[in-house]
Design a protein around this ligand. Structure first.
Ligand SMILES: Nc1ncnc2c1ncn2[C@@H]1O[C@H](COP(=O)(O)OP(=O)(O)OP(=O)(O)O)[C@@H](O)[C@H]1O
Ligand SMILES: [Mg+2]
Length: 632
């Protein structure tokens, strides 16, 4: 209904006016109908009475033989306010007397004449004619003989006026009633529509800017049910604002946890698509944070790892139980190196420790699965190094006990060789062989003594002679150096000593010299230098500068950059790739520096590699190193 007003005020008003107008029309119709009926009954009685009265007066005039009185009675009847015309006729219907005009010129019309046979003795007859004419007639009997008829026609104007007056009164009353009640309704509707409009404004303000509390609380101008409603609305808005602020606090807390937790966090939906990740997780995958949303794991991680993690997520969705400490390892495969580098992942092998748990939004519905990922690569490497150190320690212990056990028979051999040399009758060549045997036995004795000495030194830092230490390393490799005919240049003084973990420093040089021998072909050269010096980055710091240089194959820049990474080797099954990594750790532990230069034959005339080390002479060495000072 388009024409129907929208506001409550005008709806109430329109409804009321319509209802009242309808009831007024109905009431007026009923009233007029009833009044019309009553007026017509009265008119009939009146006409019957007036006709009877005129007939009686005419009868009296006839009885007294005074027909002139009849004329006067007709005139008087005609003057009555509710009578239009009065007549007296003879039995044949000829007009004898008439209240207006001349009798001769007045005749009964056909309708009146038709009534004559219907008029009964002593009984007035009231009838109607066309044009709303009401008329009463009565027979005039004198001594039982019909002498004529008395006719009286009503003047309806009076009746109509009476009806009009009633109608006018009803309309005036109705209008006053409608206007009065409309005003009342307007006043009453204001107390509903005004607060409702306030409530409406408040609801719109809440919807358009939920954060803006400037519009609230809404004014409560009325004290009725709507006033109560506005108060309840104000309370609701205040409680929503309170809840929102609590929610914002919680969200900020969660956001900051997500952003700053030192662990990778990722959330997955049922299709294993990422719905949220933190920066640490993005750093771990090597893909920018914004490019994670909506992606699946195979799009971000190498295939086997992605598949395993995805299966775990699906399992948590299915079983609704957390999965803890799942170890994901990405091995360093030469074929995948480039792919991993392209995906932004570290090209070194890595190990992640992942836990997945269900995230419920209702007690019975798992909406997401959260995954916590810890980069356990360092721990793994440390474990590996520890294993290697353990192995080295065990080997050291074994070597020490072997050296110790060798000492007894060696002493016997030395004694026997002494006896043999002094035994008379040995010819010169035999004496020569004995001297050679004594020389070799002397070398065995030196090696066992050095082995025993360094095993004893490895647990605590102490001042050690670097010349002796380097000698011992070179003597370990004596066989290989000799076999490859590598010319060794020893450029160190015996007086150079250093406060250090001598066993570990010896391990560093064993690794460096071992690598040089691996890289150098027959006839090459090896330089080992040790000199008192100062830190090249901090001249105030005194220490020892070492150089291990070879004329070996050298390294490409890509290899040189990665030599200190754990497990990086170019020697395939012959190398573990841990030698330089462990050496680097030892140098860091001694707060030292290391620098590598290398050149392959393709890069210059001569190829070769130079490792330069600076180890500070630091009596406070036992304290743990705070930061890596090694430079590559
Ligand atoms: N003096 C050198 N000349 C040429 N290449 C070298 C030299 N020193 C190290 N490298 C390169 O650095 C790599 C890493 O050396 P590292 O000592 O860490 O491991 P590795 O020698 O391969 O194995 P291992 O654990 O048995 O020592 C070597 O595989 C080699 O390619
Ligand atoms: Mg090595």
């Amino acid at each position: 209904m388009r024409w129907w007003p929208r506001s409550i005020r005008w709806q109430m008003l329109a409804g009321l006016v319509l209802l009242e107008a309808l009831s007024l029309v109905l009431f007026a119709a009923l009233l007029i109908r009833q009044q019309t009926r009553q007026v017509s009954v009265h008119a009939r009685h009146r006409l019957a009475y007036q006709a009877a009265s005129l007939a009686q007066q005419a009868r009296e005039a006839l009885l007294r033989r005074q027909p002139g009185w009849m004329g006067q009675s007709v005139k008087m009847m005609g003057n009555a306010p509710d009578v239009a015309i009065a007549k007296v006729t003879d039995p044949a219907g000829n007009v004898l007397f008439v209240s207006e005009g001349e009798p001769e010129q007045t005749t009964l019309d056909l309708g009146e004449r038709a009534q004559i046979p219907l008029v009964r003795h002593e009984e007035p007859r009231v009838f109607t004619l066309k044009g709303d004419r009401w008329e009463g007639v009565r027979a005039i009997y004198v001594d039982g003989r019909l002498r004529g008829f008395a006719w009286v026609e009503a003047d309806r104007t009076w009746d109509h006026e009476q009806l009009n007056a009633i109608l006018r009164g009803t309309v005036i009353f109705g209008v006053i009633w409608i206007v009065g009640s409309a005003l009342l309704v307007l006043v009453m509707a204001r107390s509903i529509s005004l607060p409702l409009a306030t409530l409406h404004r408040g609801t719109r303000a809440l919807m358009s800017s939920p954060e803006d509390s400037g519009n609230f609380p809404l004014p409560v101008a009325v004290h009725n049910e709507i006033g109560d409603l506005i108060e309840a609305f104000n309370r609701m808005v205040a409680s929503i604002a309170e809840q929102r602020s609590g929610l914002n606090d919680t969200l900020s807390l969660l956001d900051s946890m997500l952003a700053n937790a030192p662990i990778g966090l990722a959330f997955f939906d049922r299709h294993c698509r990422i719905v949220r990740v933190n920066q640490v997780f993005a750093d771990m995958t090597g893909v920018p944070l914004s490019r994670h949303l909506g992606r699946t794991l195979p799009e971000l991680l190498p295939q086997p790892v992605a598949q395993e993690l995805e299966n775990t997520v699906l399992r948590v969705f299915a079983e609704e139980e957390p999965v803890r400490n799942l170890e994901l390892t990405h091995p360093e495969l030469s074929g995948q190196e480039s792919k991993a580098a392209a995906a932004g992942l570290p090209s070194r092998p890595w190990t992640w420790l992942a836990s997945a748990y269900p995230v419920r939004t209702t007690p019975r519905q798992v909406r997401w699965v959260g995954v916590i990922v810890l980069d356990a690569s360092d721990r793994k490497r440390s474990e590996e190094a520890l294993r290697k150190t353990e192995k080295l320690a065990a080997t050291g212990r074994l070597a020490a006990s072997i050296a110790h056990e060798i000492n007894n028979p060696l002493e016997a051999i030395t004694n026997l060789l002494f006896l043999l040399r002094n035994y008379c009758g040995l010819e010169d060549p035999a004496l020569n062989y004995v001297a050679m045997a004594e020389h070799e036995a002397q070398r065995i004795a030196e090696i066992t003594q050095q082995t025993l000495r360094f095993y004893r030194q490895s647990t605590l830092p102490a001042r050690a002679n670097m010349g002796e230490l380097l000698d011992s390393v070179l003597s370990l490799y004596h066989g290989r150096l000799h076999a490859l005919n590598i010319q060794v240049e020893r450029d160190y003084e015996t007086a150079v000593d250093l406060f250090c973990f001598a066993g570990e420093i010896r391990q560093v040089f064993a690794n460096l010299v071992g690598n040089s021998i691996d890289a150098t072909s027959a006839g090459g050269r090896l330089l080992v230098r040790a000199r008192r010096s100062r830190n090249w980055k901090d001249p105030a710091q005194a220490g020892v500068r070492f150089v291990v240089a070879d004329t070996g194959a050298g390294m490409e820049p890509a290899v040189r950059e990665r030599v200190f990474e754990a497990f990086f080797t170019t020697k395939e099954v012959l190398g573990t790739g841990l030698g330089l990594w462990v050496s680097h750790e030892i140098i860091v532990k001694h707060r030292g520096l290391v620098h590598v230069r290398s050149r392959t034959a393709a890069q210059g005339k001569t190829s070769g590699t130079v490792f330069q080390l600076f180890i500070p002479d630091d009596p406070n060495l036992a304290a743990p190193a705070r930061q890596t000072t090694a430079a590559v």
